[in-house]
Design a protein around this ligand. Structure first.
Ligand code: PMP
Length: 414
């Protein structure tokens, strides 16, 4: 339950980035900080940090095996967190269940391992050229192990998926389609509904890498009928070290266990053991207990944010940033029609690391590199870019300061 003091704090969170910023302790320690590396990880609201601290101080006990009060509380917290997540995405009536992981990467790897036996020679798996390596390499490796083919939906020059070829790429030999919802490099919002339909037409599993969309695009999943949706806690204002697979109950019950150990076995025998049938067959070992407490608070926090206003805000910041960069004659990568608050920039002769280092000297935190999307870099024929990723606590003033710093930087490097 949300305490009254927290509730009052939540009520203050009408969509106002300056107010929202006050919820995040890091800005009290570093008032000058302009943090625009949110695609990498987001900052944490104080309520989430306190929930984690409180879990160690007041509620520390393991789940499943205890009959004492603290253990019962831990079990309740485990169940309540799963419930709050399903409620947040309006998925609780649609036969979905939840398995906690260590993050998006861990979740996708686990699914790929669990599906190993379903893939045979001649089958294919479809991903896109826009994938983060976490949603590319596990499938590529699975194809190699099973003599299957990896098919890749190409991206256009504008940084969108070229869906004109989708019905050729997804055919009756397609067993899995796994697509990033929002590109962590280009900010493109992909048409997951359309791709999902093509996947479902051939009865393929459809997975969504929701690492960049799980926080603020909560209405995107209930009408998609995805097999599973995967994301990380640390990119949605929550704790690190925890991730979520929201999957269809039928998918989880058919999926071969991907981890073995305590809690998932019905009967351990010397020769061959028998595993549980329910969701706990995918929950071997102690889950990240404090992170689960933090994640529950994260979803309380997210529920209080006007997510439509937040989406518009991110879009607006990206739009203003792109326009001002255009004004400076600097090229942003891609120009997708549907986009979020992520923009990557090719600064030409100024090395991305020099840009990031210069901006750091002005208290601006950005990321330089390939952002674990080397296929995108290859498409644009550059080794790396500088990525500006905005979040709910960034303001138009931040954008102005960034543009001013870039202006000065160009004089410095001229
Ligand atoms: N997919 C996307 C789209 C991402 O942005 C990221 C993180 N940058 C990941 C997957 C991997 O997430 P994690 O490192 O939390 O496992």
């Amino acid at each position: 339950m949300v305490e009254l003091s927290k509730l009052m704090l939540y009520l203050e969170i009408m969509f106002n980035p300056d107010h929202i910023k006050k919820n995040f302790t890091i800005f009290r320690h570093f008032p000058e900080l302009i943090f625009v590396d949110n695609a990498s990880t987001t900052q944490k609201p104080q309520v989430v940090i306190e929930a984690i601290k409180e879990s160690y101080e007041k509620y520390n006990a393991n789940i499943h095996r205890a009959v004492y009060d603290l253990g019962i509380h831990a079990d309740e917290n485990f169940k309540n967190t799963k419930k709050a997540i399903l409620q947040y995405y309006n998925l609780e009536q649609l036969n979905y269940e939840i398995v906690f992981t260590a993050g998006t990467t861990d979740g996708i790897n686990k699914i790929a391992r669990g599906l190993e036996q379903e893939i045979s020679e001649g089958d294919n798996i479809v991903v896109s050229e826009m994938e983060h390596h976490s949603n590319f390499l596990p499938w590529q490796e699975l194809c190699i192990r099973r003599n299957a083919t990896l098919r890749i939906i190409p991206i256009t020059d504008s940084g969108e998926l070229d869906l004109t070829c989708i019905d050729e790429l997804i055919d009756d030999k397609t067993k899995i389609v796994s697509i990033v919802h929002i590109s962590n490099t280009l900010g493109t919002i992909n048409d997951i509904q359309k791709i999902s339909k093509s996947a479902k037409n051939v009865s393929a599993h459809f997975f969504i890498d929701a690492a960049q969309s799980a926080a603020l695009y909560k209405d995107s999943f209930a009408n998609i009928n995805a097999t599973a949706i995967v994301f990380s806690g640390h990119k949605i204002f929550g704790p690190s070290g925890i991730g979520v697979i929201i999957g269809k109950s039928s998918f989880f019950s058919d999926l071969y266990p991907f981890n073995y150990g305590g809690g998932m076995v019905l009967e351990a025998n010397k020769n061959m053991s028998i595993y549980k049938k329910d969701i706990s067959k995918h929950e071997a070992g102690t889950p990240p207990l404090a992170q689960i407490a933090g994640l529950l608070e994260t979803f309380h926090y997210l529920s209080a944010i006007d997510h439509k206003a937040a989406q518009n805000h991110l879009k607006q910041l990206a739009k203003i940033f792109r326009a001002k960069m255009n004004g400076l004659g600097i090229k942003c990568m891609g120009s997708p029609k549907e986009f979020s608050g992520i923009v990557s920039v090719d600064f030409g002769t100024i090395h991305p690391h020099d840009v990031a280092t210069y901006l750091n000297s002005k208290n601006i935190a950005v990321r330089a590199g390939h952002h674990c999307t080397q296929l995108i870099m290859k498409k644009y024929d550059i080794p790396a870019s500088v990525r500006f990723s905005f979040s709910i606590y960034n303001t138009e003033k931040d954008v102005e300061q960034i543009i001013q710093a870039i202006h000065e930087m160009r004089k410095y490097f001229a």
